[in-house]
Write a protein that binds this ligand. Structure first.
Ligand SMILES: CC(=O)SCCNC(=O)CCNC(=O)[C@H](O)C(C)(C)COP(=O)(O)OP(=O)(O)OC[C@H]1O[C@@H](n2cnc3c(N)ncnc32)[C@H](O)[C@@H]1OP(=O)(O)O
Ligand SMILES: CC(C)C(=O)C(=O)O
Length: 513
């Protein structure tokens, strides 16, 4: 059996998904969960891209001890220097340096000859090896590169000190047969190839990212890169949870294993979905709501006679469990604490106490409090600390022949209270106009998404918004029993985060973009 290393790029390529913007606390929360999930390498960001990215990579590198932490850099000395500054505190720092090798990229992006690209790649790998114990070199757009040139440059960078060679299908263009053949070609034509791990990095533009990654494994790849829930640039990356479950379920075929703790799959996927605001389609493989639901009679009949007739992955394998103890309004602190621990949260006593109060409020309104409810409740509390404004009260007047009007009272963290009222063409707009008035700013709503947690008449409403003001974009989430309240909370959460970003930029003297 061959070990396949899992390189997670949720926090780098995943965050390149249009509309996704994670703050520092959210990135840290995801990094901690990825460590628990058992990934071998976390790509925490692109340190030279911004001060915010630098800070997140540095904190993750200093905190996460269970796996290697890496950051991306262009083949540019200053990017490599910045990456080293961010990563030097990691127990296992590694650099991910890349340069494009396809004729299209070399000609149009760089306006350079192939031999010039080879020289830059060699020089940068040599330069990086002064600092980094492990260097991953990526041939961007490898799948559209000429194979003899790819073999030539690969041999040179290995000689210069690269320990991992990654061959991305940057634009999601390749097919399993073609991508597998590329790995075989390099194995046969690069004399020093045995010295490195060969890695895949596939995009899903034609829906083949996972299939292509697995085809590479069949042809000698020992590392797969991807993102949780398959998020990432354009159509996204190979979904890590799909790759891991496929390698496990078909180990008879792939003869491979990973370090992934499969029972943490659902929790990891939920966390990433909630923090990025990217909902998981019901029919998504492995983690979709319908992935384990059998709807039609013949399937149900077979399944009831023997699960193996229609089930190749058990829900328990990926952490989808039916709980025997159901939490409700009569549950006590012990059951609550145990339940949170079962869900994988490690919380201080004071955090449990304040969450317990919120849980009781919720249980008064809702018959059964589900794991999804608890999950959202804890996230709301743990990643949204230090808020400047808190929602004190909200009143909305709506009638089919009246103009909707909202009245809101906010409390600032210095105790000052702000009260305003405003109208809007709908109730949500009235709320948002009122909140704009409270903070005396004209904010623009860029995105608004509403979903129910679980469903049913007593479901919690979760709202995700994205706003823009003074050149700063921020997203926010709100959770409440009532749709209007969760809409207000999401907008206020985004306002608080926008203010935090502005403060941070002021402190670090970054330009407000
Ligand atoms: C395939 C991928 O996913 S690669 C990762 C993509 N991620 C990102 O780009 C996110 C973060 N990026 C950023 O914040 C910015 O693009 C920065 C900070 C990196 C650079 O910003 P700028 O200096 O303004 O450059 P800009 O983005 O406009 O153009 C990119 C420059 O990098 C060069 N470049 C691109 N890739 C590489 C590389 N691998 N090695 C060296 N130079 C490179 C381009 O040729 C261009 O150079 P030029 O200005 O001489 O023409
Ligand atoms: C930087 C590389 C690995 C990348 O993201 C790509 O080619 O898609």
């Amino acid at each position: 059996m061959n070990k396949i290393k899992i390189f997670d790029t949720t926090l780098r390529d995943g965050e390149q998904s249009p509309g996704v913007n994670l703050n520092f606390q959210e990135k840290m929360e995801i990094a901690r969960q990825l460590e628990k999930y058992g990934v071998d390498i976390i790509e925490a960001g692109f340190p030279a891209a911004s001060k915010g990215d630098f800070q997140s990579v540095r904190e993750i590198a200093n905190t996460i001890k269970g796996c290697s932490v890496t950051g991306l850099a262009r083949a540019v000395k200053s990017d490599i220097d910045t990456a080293w500054e961010a990563l030097k505190g990691s127990e296992e720092p590694r650099l991910h340096v890349f340069i494009a090798t396809s004729p299209i990229h070399m000609a149009y992006k760089f306006n350079k000859k192939p031999e010039e690209i080879v020289e830059i790649a060699i020089e940068m790998v040599k330069y990086a090896s002064k600092f980094f114990p492990v260097i991953q070199w990526s041939a961007e757009d490898a799948s559209r590169s000429e194979l003899p040139f790819l073999a030539h440059i690969t041999e040179k960078v290995i000689k210069a000190g690269a320990n991992v060679v990654n061959l991305p299908d940057t634009v999601g263009y390749t097919t399993p047969k073609e991508y597998g053949a590329m790995f075989s070609y390099l194995k046969e034509n690069v004399p020093n190839i045995h010295k490195v791990d060969l890695s895949t990095h596939c995009h899903d533009d034609l829906g083949m990212a996972v299939a292509n990654s697995l085809a590479a494994v069949e042809n000698g790849a020992t590392q797969i890169e991807g993102a949780i829930n398959g998020i990432g640039e354009r159509a996204g990356n190979a979904a890590i949870e799909e790759v891991a479950v496929a390698l496990h379920t078909r180990k008879d075929f792939y003869q491979s294993y990973t370090n992934i703790t499969l029972s943490e799959t659902k929790r990891t996927s939920d966390l990433v979905s909630k923090l990025t605001g990217m909902a998981i389609p019901a029919n998504k493989a492995v983690v979709g709501r319908n992935a384990f639901a059998h709807e039609s009679g013949i399937h149900q009949d077979g399944f009831l006679k023997n699960r193996s007739t229609y089930e190749i992955i058990s829900p328990e394998l990926v952490g989808v469990q039916q709980k025997e103890v159901v939490l409700g309004k009569h549950s006590g602190r012990h059951a609550f604490r145990t339940h949170l621990m079962d869900l994988g949260f490690t919380l201080q006593d004071n955090q449990i106490d304040s969450l317990f109060e919120k849980f009781k409020d919720l249980a008064d309104k809702k018959k059964d409090v589900t794991d999804d409810d608890l999950f959202s409740l804890v996230l709301q509390k743990t990643v949204n600390s230090d808020e400047l404004y808190k929602l004190d009260s909200l009143q909305v007047q709506y009638g089919s022949h009246n103009i909707p009007t909202a009245t809101i009272t906010l409390t600032k963290n210095d105790g000052e209270s702000v009260q305003e009222a405003a109208t809007g063409s709908g109730s949500v707009e009235a709320i948002y106009n009122t909140l704009n008035r409270c903070i005396d700013s004209e904010l623009k709503l860029l995105d608004y998404r509403l979903q129910s947690i679980n469903g049913g008449p007593d479901a919690l409403a979760e709202v995700f918004v994205k706003i823009e003001g003074n050149g700063v974009e921020a997203s926010g989430r709100g959770l409440a029993y009532d749709v209007l309240e969760s809409s207000a909370k999401a907008y206020l959460n985004a306002i608080n985060r926008m203010i935090a970003i502005q403060e941070y930029r002021k402190e670090t003297k970054q330009e407000v973009m």
